[in-house]
Write a protein that binds this ligand. Structure first.
Ligand code: PLP
Length: 481
């Protein structure tokens, strides 16, 4: 253990501090804090010098894994590199100083940027207009479904309370639908991983509000019968919702608007390179086809308040700095280069898939888009599970892929390399994945007890959920509870 791996509380020395301000001679005479809320004892913060604080936080940052420290092939999560120029642009002084309560008339530049970003997203997706307000993908889903509900209700079609969701869908889809008060009906996948259109036909009636789809779906497969599906759903009076969280594989190639989708959301924090993870700030803009423009929520970029609006889903107009980072990324790539994102994401995923399919079980063989799913090791006799493989990867300096999702397979390992990785990085990852498959047969105990090289070893997940240790005090003296 390195000296500075010690927790900052252990470095505390009475009377030590990182700053000294001159005494300004003030005494506090009145206070608006009610007596009952006033602190009666010292907060017990560690007493340390400034260099100790800096080293503490720098060390903490290095105990975690991030896309700036290594390859992060997290399926359905598009952990691509975040260009640093995005940060510089979002941090420009003219942007940092504005306040959400400022009158619109004092920020015409911001309104222009919102307008330009929204036009760029419309051009990329084939939708007629966007709201930039939602703060995350799931928030976008809820917003989109509220638009869908409002559309049906405004037309007096209020019996449409069912939403069709494929069994391969991301978990947020049925969750958002439930939050929106819709009843989720599952449509099955065929053995090839695409929607079972015959099953879909049996679900369509006048109680259906619409269908929520991801295309390419969560198995990384393009739903080739999308036009037929659109015709069927529209034919029964429903709308098509597109989960565009990970749109990289389609960028500049195919547009959801052209596939027949009426409402979509994008995760700017995935597809458009803004940082995310750990619940960090996101942006989930929602785009609609022309007939749904009046239903976009308030406040709106055009300043209008049509009666049909789906309400307010945020106090202000979105996560401004995230929106600016995504816009910087779009402008940096430009119309020509953005077309490269899809083919590169697809090539990278297929390269890994083909290079590993002799060591890992590949349940769906077809060409994938930006991601694909293995179902555990090819040799299942070793007892090494997907979780063990994921943990062992950390020892070799790679973040684990998404595991145990989608639920269609018992040992899912979902890999999405993204378009920003070099062939050398992909080769290094492939080598390690092969090595782990080999270790599984010759020294399975090492794999089953991994990780061995990380600051935190394998936690007891049941114990961690039942008795979480969230405070330093609990670590040194576990509480009785
Ligand atoms: C990540 C993701 C979401 C949810 O996005 P959040 O920003 O995490 O709420 C929804 N659908 C798909 C397919 C995703 O990959």
């Amino acid at each position: 253990m390195k000296y500075y791996d010690k927790l900052i509380f252990e470095l505390s020395k009475d009377g030590r501090c990182g700053y000294s301000l001159p005494d300004a001679g003030w005494t506090q005479t009145t206070s608006s804090i009610p007596d009952g809320l006033k602190r009666t004892s010292d907060p017990g913060l560690p007493q340390v010098s400034e260099p100790e604080v800096v080293r503490h936080y720098t060390n903490l940052s290095q105990m975690n894994f991030g896309v700036d420290t290594g390859f992060y092939p997290l399926g359905s999560c598009t952990m691509k590199y975040n260009p640093k120029i995005n940060e510089d642009i979002a941090g420009m002084s003219g942007f940092k100083g504005i306040h959400p309560l400022q009158p619109r008339s004092t920020v015409p530049g911001v309104m222009k940027l919102y307008n330009d970003l929204s036009s760029a997203l419309s051009a990329i997706t084939g939708m007629a207009g966007f709201t930039l307000n939602p703060f995350a993908g799931a928030h976008g889903e809820l917003t989109g479904l509220m638009i869908m509900r409002r559309y049906h209700i405004c037309r007096g079609d209020d019996a449409r309370t069912k939403i069709i969701v494929p069994d391969s869908a991301h978990g947020t889809n049925p969750a958002s639908a439930a939050v929106c008060g819709l009843e989720v009906v599952q449509v099955k996948s065929l053995p090839d991983g695409t929607i079972d259109v015959d099953h879909l036909k049996t679900l369509l009636d006048s109680s259906v509000a619409g269908i929520m789809m991801t295309n390419p779906n969560t198995l990384g497969l393009f739903e080739t019968r999308i036009e037929e599906i659109a015709e069927l759903v529209h034919g029964c009076g429903g709308l098509l919702y597109y989960d565009g969280a990970n749109m990289n594989p389609l960028l500049g190639t195919v547009r959801p608007g052209d596939m027949g989708f009426d409402i979509i959301h994008l995760n700017l924090h995935k597809t458009f390179s803004t940082p995310h993870g750990g619940g960090g700030p996101g942006a989930g803009p929602v785009g609609v086809a022309a007939h749904l423009l009046p239903y976009l929520p308030l406040p709106r970029i055009d300043g209008q308040t049509p009666e049909e609006n789906a309400g307010r889903i945020s106090g202000f107009m979105g996560n401004f700095s995230v929106l600016m980072k995504a816009y910087a990324y779009i402008l940096m790539l430009g119309k020509q280069n953005i077309r490269m994102a899809g083919p590169l994401a697809t090539l990278n995923a297929n390269y890994i898939k083909e290079s590993l399919k002799d060591c890992y079980r590949l349940p769906i063989q077809s060409v994938c888009k930006h991601e694909f799913v293995f179902d555990g090791l090819a040799d299942q006799s070793t007892g090494v599970t997907t979780l063990d493989v994921a943990k062992r990867l950390l020892d070799y300096g790679f973040h684990a892929p998404t595991v145990y999702f989608p639920l269609l397979f018992h040992q899912s390992i979902m890999i999405e390399p993204t378009e920003t990785e070099s062939k050398e990085t992909l080769d290094a990852f492939i080598d390690v994945m092969r090595k782990i498959a080999h270790e599984a047969s010759v020294k399975s105990d090492t794999v089953k007890s991994a990780p061995h090289n990380t600051p935190v070893r394998r936690p007891d997940e049941t114990e961690a959920a039942r008795h979480p240790v969230l405070k330093y005090q609990d670590m040194v003296a576990p509480s009785a509870s």
